[in-house]
Design a protein around this ligand. Structure first.
Ligand SMILES: Cc1cc2nc3c(=O)[nH]c(=O)nc-3n(C[C@H](O)[C@H](O)[C@H](O)COP(=O)(O)OP(=O)(O)OC[C@H]3O[C@@H](n4cnc5c(N)ncnc54)[C@H](O)[C@@H]3O)c2cc1C
Length: 1136
């Protein structure tokens, strides 16, 4: 099936050969419109529905989490008769406040105007849509002073040359955080000299064109992009129709064409390349990228760092400009280069250091080898072989680091394990903060100056062993080496009569040849067709460390295997030397995906294998079955990131075509065949090999099976190690909901108040509740800093961790060190917090000590929206602290500017008081009544907007005993004595459902706050802005507000109370009760109103039935000056 680009070439060629002298002319408006209609009216599946609308919605979605007031201004270039923005979800269309378009086709421009008038697709426009009936030109006519949030070229760049100049022009028209989005029908689109912020592709788009002379004619002329002048038009049209019919795939009454699409998003940093190339040399021209697909991608540009500081420059540059990077190792994958993305070529790091055994730090019984990331397989094998050693790698000499970082299956795997199993240490540049890290065993001379061992070193080493392309730019790995063997090998090829014979041979091969092999033997199989006949090829290998002839039972008596060394072994691969006359002549290109299989003789698998060969589009395709088992399966599936270990064969589905067919329909069909076979084998597979999986959407489903049970753990680590997704094009990790503890208790307080002491007691109490299945643990967040401090200053880490006096001595300089680090890495506190939380996988209750942050609950709870985060602040009188070894200080209660969830006074000797505190204040959070209440909250997906899952909190009241349960929980959870409370304050609408019952129950008056104009005078009021779809009805009185340079719009109304209503309560405390805490806007308005009534914030407590931490409502309160108000929530709910 041909693509539109190739159809265009064919149509142009056709004119050249049939009518070379005929004059051409640009399409008239009606010719253009007729062709355009064919494209937009193609029967589904449409790329608009499956690609463009979801991608645009994804780009605009962050606006939901920004201020509710944010609106967007849009410039669309060449929209046609309707704007694509009209297809977005209502919630996004409502955010568009200004719409401008350049549409040169007068008919389209008129229809676009009409569409806006009749259908109001963008309901909240501040002004009339500005539709300019002219082309967007490079020279004049365009006011570059106009600024927009989004500039969109949706299929409108075709006639623009050079495209990058048009793009540069629109970049100047962006507001600070604006974006230019380009959708283009092609496999790639290069914007010379520009780098993109984000990219996506849709390789499987199709276009169905009816088999009708007029429609095919309109379509062909549109695709060709010109018409023939004069009397020859008819003949040309007929020739073009024939071309379409010849190249399209016939499907009933339609011809089908392939229409791959790409999307590129550029921000104002798109022109920032010179800042990188000033620091790091460009590597163009010298980079050997083996993969044909990657070569077609041609990145923008390739940089070749020559030392580690230059790699750090690349990372800092990428982070500063919000762009991604790819990394080139051996250049065998399709995604080591991505159009308009900078590629970091590691070829300058090409050393192999074989260490004498005594350099191996004594912990390994094996000699160690340092392998830098620019090395190729052959470099490692040659260097180690020179000293009688080897490392288990793969079968091609030119394959690079991608192999050992993602697995690495070879002929020694059954004996020594995968290549990644041999990795015992690594040096990498962090893409989170550009530090140089080392993990595991990295002997001193090979640790770069300034390298630090991160807190999560073990976790990182675990991840590098199988998923190592996702967490940093790896500079080198330390690998175990083994004695170099001699390999004995022999090929056998048998033509197969038919499929049934093939299945019988599979069984024989699986049971007799492969099944009985010793660990030092392996048997690979090839299934392929040659001259139309199915063949099974088998290569057997035996590795021996003695020079004697092997005596393995895998050799038949009449067989005489040949012997080779590790280098000679590369030439023995059957696909190189035998299949289809040998693929070693470099005149072919290939595309592979690899699926793990067990019991290949079973009909469900065997039939799929033979049918794969019968459907391959190019005769050069084959299936390669690499022998597994042995040492591969010895390693536990969770011991390394490589989680798929239970398989007999790794089936490499290999699509091959002639190099002269690169970029043609044959190449494209062969790639699709590989995906089809992989998808077909997936249900009967034991997992997928992650190597080679990349950003192609067809890889996404395969990637879900790539790491076995380790996917969630890797996804959590990715959040910490690559928070900005700098390495966005590596093997996709599954998108999972990261489980976090139900309850996270931040134990804060002055030095020597007893934080660790209390945390440990509370952990033991929760563990004692074993019948409830509660797992608890404590962790210190400051240990990370202590480690970094010790590395930087030479302080003794063991004493810092375990010797109180030593720690106290270093406290001031530790604090200074931490503050300096935060200056350099502003996200450091969040990183440390998430690292501690994610290390506590499967824990229900986590106590964190060692926090230094002010108001930690408001800062950190949005990071873990599924967890309840509390702060228990421990105080002890100064004398007690002093006696315990700390510096005397005032009690924390007096110095704190925020309100911790609880204050615990730890003055008494023994653990009794701490125990009582946990029983009274902490255990209730795990009580099953809270779970019962939560079960009463109905979840309604896609309401009131597509991207929202609505939690019906008010619906609790309509459940049998719902209101009673909620009231009793509100009463028992409130942390202050009820006798001190003068009134329950409730605000309509949500608060009024729960507050009357509570007020009645606890016997205090109820004070109602209402929207402006609803209460009798005298009243006081404050403005209130609402964005919450959860708690608030749309306010009836709206006032437009302009903020942020005229780009914002808000809906505000007043909140009101009777001015005298609180007088009878005197100085008593007040409790504000509301249904939810989300963005915090309503609470801020209530607290301001109470302030106007003369109530200080210190007299007010707040309780809500449910809190949605994702909206950071507590932070809003704090920023609005209400950090000292205590807020309690009965339930904490994830999502929004
Ligand atoms: C002809 C051929 C034979 C093969 N034979 C085998 C085999 O016998 N056994 C086997 O297991 N696999 C085999 N493979 C698969 C191979 O392991 C993968 O294609 C692997 O990804 C190639 O790694 P590379 O470094 O050569 O390619 P690249 O394209 O350079 O790298 C692959 C991935 O690793 C990333 N990467 C590379 N270097 C680094 C780094 N320093 N830090 C972080 N990320 C990095 C890249 O960004 C990319 O995502 C073969 C592939 C081909 C094409």
């Amino acid at each position: 099936m041909t693509t539109l680009s190739r159809l265009k070439q064919a149509l142009v060629e056709r004119v050249k050969t049939t009518a070379p002298t005929r004059p051409t002319q640009p399409l008239s408006e009606s010719q253009y419109a007729a062709g355009f209609n064919v494209l937009t009216q193609s029967p589904a599946p449409s790329s608009y529905q499956h690609f463009i609308v979801p991608e645009l919605s994804y780009l605009l979605a962050p606006l939901h989490t920004c201020s509710s007031d944010t609106i967007i201004s849009v410039l669309e270039i060449g929209p046609g008769p309707r704007s694509i923005f009209g297809l977005l979800p209502a919630s996004l269309r409502e955010r568009i406040g200004r719409y401008t378009a350049y549409e040169p086709n007068t008919k389209f421009a008129a229809r676009l105007e009409q569409w806006f008038e009749q259908e109001t697709p963008l309901p909240d426009l501040h002004s009339e849509p500005d539709i300019r009936e002219c082309a967007f030109n490079l020279d004049g006519g365009v006011d570059e002073e106009e600024k927009f949030d989004i500039v969109l070229f949706c299929h409108s760049m075709y006639g623009m040359t050079p495209k990058q100049d048009f793009l540069r022009k629109t970049l100047k028209m962006l507001v600070d955080d604006g974006i230019v989005v380009v959708f283009h029908r092609a496999n790639v689109l290069h914007m010379e000299g520009l780098v993109c912020h984000h990219t996506a592709n849709y390789p499987t788009g199709l276009l169905r064109v009816p088999n009708d002379d007029v429609i095919l004619g309109d379509f062909a002329r549109f695709v060709a992009g010109f018409a023939i002048r004069g009397g020859d038009e008819k003949a040309t049209q007929a020739a073009w129709r024939n071309t379409c019919r010849a190249l399209g795939r016939r499907e009933g009454r339609h011809f089908v064409f392939s229409v791959p699409e790409v999307m590129f998003v550029f921000n104002q940093h798109a022109t920032s390349l010179p800042r990188l190339s000033a620091l790091v040399a460009l590597g163009e021209g010298n980079t050997t990228v083996k993969n044909g697909e990657a070569r077609l991608h041609r990145s923008a540009p390739v940089v070749r760092p020559k030392d580690i500081p230059q790699i750090q420059h690349c990372v800092r540059w990428a982070k500063m400009h919000g762009v991604g990077l790819t990394v080139i190792g051996g250049g065998h994958s399709g995604h080591c280069m991505v159009p308009n993305v900078v590629a970091v070529d590691m070829s300058a790091f090409n050393n192999v250091h074989v260490l004498p055994t005594e350099d191996g730090e004594g912990t390994s019984t094996h000699p160690l080898v340092i392998v830098e990331s620019g090395c190729k397989t052959v470099d490692v094998i040659q260097k180690t072989m020179d000293v009688g050693l080897t490392v288990p790698l793969g079968s091609r000499p030119s394959v690079g680091a991608g192999l050992w970082l993602q697995g690495g299956i070879g002929h020694l795997s059954r004996l020594q394990g995968l290549a990644c199993d041999s990795i015992v240490g690594a040096v990498l540049v962090s893409v989170a903060d550009s530090r140089v890290l080392y993990v595991g065993q990295v002997p001193h001379p090979y640790r770069p100056a300034g390298a630090v061992r991160p807190e999560n070193a073990e976790e990182l080493l675990w991840a590098i062993k199988g998923a190592g392309t996702n967490f940093g730019i790896v500079v080198s790995v330390t690998m175990k080496a083994f004695p170099a063997p001699t390999y004995w090998t022999k090929d056998r090829v048998m033509p197969l009569k038919d499929d049934e014979e093939a299945w019988r041979q599979f069984e024989n091969f699986d049971h007799v040849v492969a099944g009985r092999s010793a660990r030092n033997c392996s048997a690979d199989a090839y299934l392929y067709a040659d001259a139309g006949q199915l063949h099974l090829g088998i290569t057997t290998y035996e590795s021996c460390t003695s020079a004697t002839h092997p005596d393995s039972t895998i050799w038949a008596p009449d067989e005489s295997p040949i012997s080779v060394d590790g280098i000679g072994l590369f030439g023995t691969e059957m696909y190189m030397s035998t299949l289809h006359g040998g693929h070693s002549n470099h005149k072919t290109s290939s595309f592979k995906r690899c699926i793990f299989l067990k019991d290949i003789y079973k009909p469900s698998i065997a039939k799929r294998l033979t049918s794969a060969i019968s459907t391959c589009p190019s005769p050069l395709c084959y299936l390669h079955l690499l022998h597994g088992g042995g040492a591969i399966a010895d390693v536990r599936t969770d011991a390394t990131a490589f989680g798929n270990r239970d398989w007999d064969f790794a089936c490499v589905i290999t699509g091959v075509w002639g190099r002269d067919q690169d970029g043609t329909d044959v190449a494209q069909a062969t790639v699709q065949w590989v995906y089809d076979v992989a998808t077909n084998l997936l249900p009967v597979s034991n997992g997928v090999y992650g190597a080679d999986l990349g950003p192609d959407p067809r890889d996404a489903v395969l990637a879900t099976q790539a790491f076995g049970q380790n996917g969630d753990r890797l996804a959590r680590l990715k959040q910490v190690m690559d928070p900005d997704n700098v390495l966005a094009y590596a093997c996709p990790l599954p998108k999972v909901c990261v489980p976090t503890p139900k309850l996270i208790v931040l134990v804060t307080g002055e030095s020597c108040a007893g934080k660790d002491f209390c945390a440990n007691i509370w952990v033991s109490q929760f563990l004692d509740l074993k019948q409830g299945g509660v797992h608890a643990c404590a962790a210190s967040i400051s240990d990370v800093t202590k480690r970094e401090y010790a590395t930087a200053t030479g302080a003794d880490i063991d004493r810092l961790l375990n010797d109180r006096a030593y720690k106290e001595e270093h406290r001031p300089s530790l604090t200074t060190f931490y503050n300096e680090q935060v200056q350099k890495r502003p996200r450091l506190p969040e990183e440390h917090f998430l690292a501690v939380v994610h290390n506590a996988a499967n824990v229900d209750v986590l106590f964190i000590t060692g926090m230094r942050d002010a108001a930690p609950v408001s800062s950190f709870s949005p990071l873990v929206p599924e967890s309840r985060v509390l702060e228990v602040h421990i105080v002890a009188d100064p004398q007690t602290c002093h006696l315990r070894g700390g510096a005397a200080s005032e009690t924390a209660e007096k110095t704190l500017e925020h309100k911790p969830s609880f204050l615990f006074t730890n003055d008494t000797i023994g653990d009794e008081a701490a125990r009582r505190f946990a029983e009274t204040h902490l255990f209730p959070f795990l009580h099953h009544d809270l779970k019962r209440l939560q079960d009463m909250v109905r979840t309604v997906p896609c309401f009131p907007q597509l991207d929202i899952t609505f939690r019906h909190i008010l619906g609790i009241a309509s459940q049998p005993s719902g209101l009673r349960l909620c009231t009793s929980l509100l009463q028992s959870h409130f942390s202050k004595p009820w006798k001190n409370i003068g009134a329950v304050i409730a605000c309509e609408a949500g608060g009024l459902v729960f507050a009357p019952a509570l007020a009645l129950h606890v016997g205090v008056p109820l004070v109602v706050l209402r929207e402006a104009g609803k209460l009798p005078p005298p009243t006081i009021s404050v403005p209130r802005t609402t964005s919450s779809y959860i708690s608030a009805a749309r306010p009836p009185i709206t006032v437009s507000q302009q903020r942020g340079g005229g780009r914002s719009k808000g809906k505000a109304t007043g909140l009101e109370m009777e001015s005298h209503v609180l007088l009878p309560m005197g100085d008593k405390e007040l409790l504000v009760l509301d249904d939810v805490l989300s963005t915090g806007e309503t609470l801020v308005a209530i607290l301001r109103l109470l302030g106007q009534a003369g109530v200080e914030a210190g007299r007010v407590s707040v309780m809500v039935v449910a809190e949605f931490p994702a909206h950071a409502g507590r932070e809003m309160l704090r920023k609005s000056g209400f950090g000292a108000v205590g807020v309690q929530s009965l339930m904490v709910l994830g999502g929004k």
